[in-house]
Design a binder for this molecule. Structure first.
Ligand SMILES: C[S@@+](CC[C@H](N)C(=O)[O-])C[C@H]1O[C@@H](n2cnc3c(N)ncnc32)[C@H](O)[C@@H]1O
Length: 183
């Protein structure tokens, strides 16, 4: 199964009609639709008008999604309440300009700000792609950051180097990590 199907399978039992969810990269709306069908309320971000339009079409008939056309690094300007579950699916909009992709610095900011908004025990689903230009840089930036978090699940469809990866992070107490100056 691909990482998106796996993420939905993992998260579904955690969602209720009380859940407040956040999709940091709505794209064509597959994750937004999944969250909207299984939660009370969803915030969905994308920087591309085309993505928001595609997602809105997919969500016809559902009225529990707030779409925000802005950089997800500014999530804290729009979301003023605690979040139960967040999803972030990095990379580019399928069937569109592959040069418009997520970037390490704004993705990491979005991750950190969303983690701060997550309830204790909340979940963050992070889908990382490795094949496109700049992807490995973003991947390594996340690997370094994730060393300090509780990764509760990790999935790849095939164990190959460039196969997409899914990380499920659970918000938990984080001990202060001290790195030695020299090893
Ligand atoms: C892989 S797609 C997301 C797929 C989507 N989750 C779905 O279910 O169809 C990645 C999306 O991230 C968006 N994106 C890139 N940089 C962004 C940013 N800084 N803030 C918000 N969205 C961004 C792209 O426009 C693209 O639509």
């Amino acid at each position: 199964m691909n990482i998106n199907t796996y993420a939905h399978k993992y998260l579904k039992p955690l969602l209720t009609n009380e859940t407040v969810a956040l999709d940091l990269t709505c794209g064509n709306g597959l994750d937004t639709l999944f969250l909207a069908q299984n939660s009370k309320k969803v915030y969905a971000f994308d920087i591309q008008e085309r993505a928001i339009e595609n997602a809105k079409k997919r969500l016809t008939g559902l009225d529990n999604v707030t779409f925000i056309k802005d950089d997800h690094a500014r999530v804290d300007l729009y979301v003023k309440e605690e979040i139960d579950v967040a999803m972030m699916n990095l990379g580019y909009l399928p069937h569109s300009d592959h040069k418009i992709t997520t970037k390490a610095s704004s993705s990491l900011q979005a991750f950190l700000k969303t983690y701060a908004l997550l309830k204790d025990g909340g979940y963050f689903s992070l889908a990382l792609y490795l094949g496109h230009e700049g992807a490995l840089y973003e991947y390594h930036a996340f690997l370094k950051e994730l060393a300090g978090y509780l990764i509760i699940d990790h999935y790849q469809n095939k164990r190959t180097l460039l196969e997409p990866q899914l990380y499920i992070i659970k918000k938990a107490d984080r001990p202060q990590i001290h790195y030695p100056q020299k090893v």
